[in-house]
Design a protein around this ligand. Structure first.
Ligand SMILES: Cc1cc2nc3c(=O)[nH]c(=O)nc-3n(C[C@H](O)[C@H](O)[C@H](O)COP(=O)(O)OP(=O)(O)OC[C@H]3O[C@@H](n4cnc5c(N)ncnc54)[C@H](O)[C@@H]3O)c2cc1C
Length: 526
C-alpha cells in the first residue's frame, strides 16, 4: 500500500501531524503506533495515571544507565505507549515555557522559531476554557481547563505561598511566567485530553484518507539513495513494508526517534558500525544533546482524606469520590496529582525563572513505585535549564530493544548548585504556616541542614520530572540533526517532529510545546 505521508508514532507530535495533514482529503496519511488505541478509561480518567506511571501499562517504563551524578543510581524514564503517547500518561500540566526559551532557539540560527513566531501555533492548538486574551486560543483541538477537583489543598498551597512572600500567578502562559499558583490542565470536563483525543480520535473512521494502525512497531526507515521512501515494521509478528510517496515523518519521541534513525543507518558512523549497522549517512548529532529536568521531591505525611493515601478512611473516601466523578466529573478522581506549582528565580537578577515546582496531593516516592500507607503531600523542584548534556545510544541494532539512555543528571556542578538553591526556596514554602501546620511528618528532609548534607540528599534522591528533549536537535551547526524546517540534514523525504528536535530544553513542561511545534511543522509541509 502506498501512502503520501507515513507518521511513525502516535504521541503528542505524531497525533498533530496525522490529524492535521489528513485535513487535506487529497493526501493519504498513515500513522503507525507501536502501542494500543489510548482510549481506555485508564487513559481518560485523570487519577488513573497512578496505575500507569509506575508500570508497563501504556508505558515503556525505560531505565537510564547508572548516573554518576545520582550516586550511581539508575533513573526511571516512563514514556507513553499508545495513541497519545506520553500525553496519554502524563500529569496534564499545561505550561509553555518562557518567551526567552524560543528567542534563544531563534538566536541559535533557527529562523522562524522565536516566541512571537511560535505563539500563533500555541493559540491554534489550544481551546482554553477560562482564559480569553491575546496569549490563548479558544477553539483549537487541545482542551485546556481549570481543575474540577476543588481540592482544599490548592488554597492551602496558595496561602503558604503568600505567607512565604512568593508572587501568585493565575496564568503561567500569559505575560509573566514567574510566580506560584494552581496549574491549568489538558482536560475537558474533568477528563484527560491527550493529543490523540484532540487531534486524531475524532477523525478515525471518519476521514477516508486517515489510516491509523496500532500495534505496529516500525523497525527501520527505508531509503532509496538518500531519500526516505517508506518503513519496515512488525505487525502481529509479521514483517511489513509500507511506502511513502512524499515524506516519512518520525515522531517516536526523544528516545526512540534517535534510536530509529540509528538502526536505519543514520547517526554517528563509528557507533553504528560497532553494532554492525551499515552507515547510510554519518550524522554525529543523532542521540546526542539529551537534556532533561533534574528533580527533587519533598514529601510529608498529613492526616487528610483530601490527600491520596492508603487507609480505611481513604478507601471509603475514594469510593465516594468515584461515584461523584461518575455522576458529575467533579472531585478527587479528576486530579492530575500535580495540581499546583509554579516558576521561581533562584536569583532575583535572572531574566527568567530557573526552577519549577509541582505540588502533589499525595506522598510520592520513586515515581509511585514505592508506596506509602500514609496520606500526605509532596512538592517537586526541578532545574529548568540544566547545563548537563547526556545521550541516547544503541544497546542493540534491533529497534525493539530499549536504547541506552544517559541523561547525565547533575553531571554539571552548576545544575547541583541551582537545585540546591531551588531546594531552599521550596523549603521556605513548605515551612510556611499554612502547610507546616497540616503535616505530621517530614519524610525525606528531616534533619538535613548543611549545604553539603542537602547536596548529598539531592544526589541520593533526585531523578527526572519527565521532560527529555534534544536528541535530534534542530539547528544549522555540525551537531544538528534537523534543519529549521525539521528535515533531516543531508537526506530527503524525512522529517522529525517531536520533543527530540528541541535544541535546548524549555523552562516548563514539554507537551504543549511539542504540540505547537507540530502545528508549525504542518504549515512547513503543506
Ligand atoms: C509521566 C510523564 C508525565 C509528564 N507530565 C507532563 C505534564 O504534566 N505536562 C507536560 O506538558 N508534559 C508532561 N510530560 C511530557 C510530555 O508528555 C512529553 O514531552 C510529550 O508527550 C512528548 O511528545 P513526543 O511526541 O515527543 O513523544 P511521545 O508522546 O512519547 O510519543 C512517541 C510515540 O511514538 C511511539 N513509538 C515509539 N517508537 C515507535 C516505533 N518504533 N514504531 C511505532 N511507534 C513508535 C510511542 O509508542 C509513542 O506513542 C510528561 C511525560 C511523562 C512520561
Amino acid at each position: 500500500m502506498d501512502m503520501d505521508y507515513i507518521v511513525i508514532g502516535g504521541g503528542s507530535g505524531g497525533s498533530v501531524m496525522a490529524g492535521r495533514l489528513s485535513e487535506n482529503a487529497d493526501v493519504q496519511v498513515m500513522l503507525l503506533e507501536a502501542g494500543g488505541r489510548g482510549d481506555s478509561w485508564l487513559v481518560n480518567t485523570p487519577a488513573a495515571a497512578v496505575a500507569m506511571l509506575p508500570t508497563r501499562i501504556n508505558n515503556y517504563a525505560f531505565e537510564t544507565v547508572p548516573q554518576a551524578g545520582l550516586n550511581g543510581r539508575r533513573g526511571y524514564q516512563p514514556r507513553g505507549k499508545g495513541l497519545g503517547g506520553s500525553s496519554a500518561i502524563n500529569a496534564m500540566v499545561y505550561t509553555r515555557g518562557h518567551r526567552s526559551d524560543y528567542d534563544h532557539w531563534a538566536a541559535l540560527g533557527n529562523a522562524g522559531w522565536s516566541y512571537d513566531e511560535l505563539l500563533p501555533y500555541f493559540k491554534r492548538s489550544e481551546n482554553n476554557g477560562r482564559i480569553q486574551d491575546g496569549f490563548h486560543g479558544n477553539d483549537g483541538p487541545l482542551h485546556v481547563s481549570d481543575l474540577q477537583t476543588q481540592n482544599p489543598f490548592q488554597q492551602i498551597y496558595l496561602n503558604a505561598a503568600r505567607e512565604a512572600g512568593f508572587p501568585i500567578n493565575d496564568d503561567f502562559n500569559g505575560a509573566t511566567q514567574e510566580g506560584l499558583g494552581v496549574y491549568q490542565v489538558t482536560q475537558r470536563n474533568g477528563e484527560r485530553w491527550s493529543a490523540a483525543r484532540g487531534y486524531l480520535q475524532p477523525h478515525m473512521g471518519q476521514r477516508q484518507n486517515l489510516h491509523v494502525e496500532t500495534g505496529v512497531q516500525v523497525t527501520r526507515i527505508l531509503f532509496e539513495g538518500r531519500r526516505a521512501v517508506g518503513v519496515e515494521c512488525i505487525q502481529s509478528g509479521s514483517k511489513r513494508v509500507i511506502r511513502a510517496r512524499r515524506e516519512v515523518i518520525l515522531c517516536a519521541g526523544a528516545f526512540q526517534s534517535p534510536q530509529l534513525l540509528m538502526v536505519s543507518g543514520v547517526g554517528p558512523g563509528a557507533h553504528l558500525q560497532q553494532h554492525g549497522i551499515e552507515v547510510l549517512h554519518d550524522l554525529p548529532g543523532v542521540g546526542q544533546n539529551l537534556q532533561d529536568h533534574p528533580d527533587f521531591i519533598f514529601g510529608y505525611a498529613a492526616k487528610s482524606l483530601d490527600l491520596m493515601g492508603i487507609s480505611l478512611g481513604g478507601t471509603a473516601h475514594m469510593a465516594k469520590e468515584t461515584l461523584t466523578y461518575i455522576r458529575t466529573r467533579q472531585g478527587f478522581i479528576g486530579t492530575n496529582y500535580a495540581e499546583a506549582g509554579g516558576f521561581l528565580k533562584t536569583d532575583p537578577s535572572l531574566a527568567a525563572p530557573d526552577v519549577q515546582l509541582h505540588f502533589v496531593v499525595g506522598l510520592v516516592e520513586d515515581h509511585a513505585r514505592k508506596l506509602h500507607a500514609a496520606h500526605g503531600y509532596s512538592c517537586h523542584v526541578c532545574v529548568l535549564r540544566p547545563k548537563s548534556r547526556g545521550q541516547v545510544t544503541l544497546a542493540h541494532a534491533d529497534a525493539r530493544q530499549a536504547p541506552l539512555i544517559d541523561p547525565a543528571f547533575l553531571a554539571h556542578d552548576d545544575d547541583l548548585e541551582t537545585l540546591l538553591k531551588g531546594y531552599k526556596l521550596t523549603q521556605q514554602l513548605m515551612n510556611a504556616p499554612a502547610l507546616a501546620s497540616v503535616r505530621h511528618q517530614d519524610v525525606f528532609t528531616a534533619g538535613v541542614q548543611t549545604d553539603d548534607q542537602i547536596r548529598h540528599l539531592l544526589r541520593e534522591r533526585s531523578d527526572t520530572v519527565y521532560h527529555p528533549v534534544g536528541t535530534c536537535k534542530m539547528g544549522t551547526d555540525a551537531m544538528a540533526v534537523v534543519s529549521p524546517t525539521l528535515q533531516v540534514h543531508g537526506l530527503e523525504g524525512l522529517r522529525v517532529v517531536d520533543a527530540s528536535v528541541m535544541p535546548t530544553l524549555i523552562g516548563a513542561n514539554t507537551n504543549a510545546t511539542v504540540i505547537a511545534m507540530a502545528e508549525k511543522a504542518v504549515d512547513l509541509i503543506r
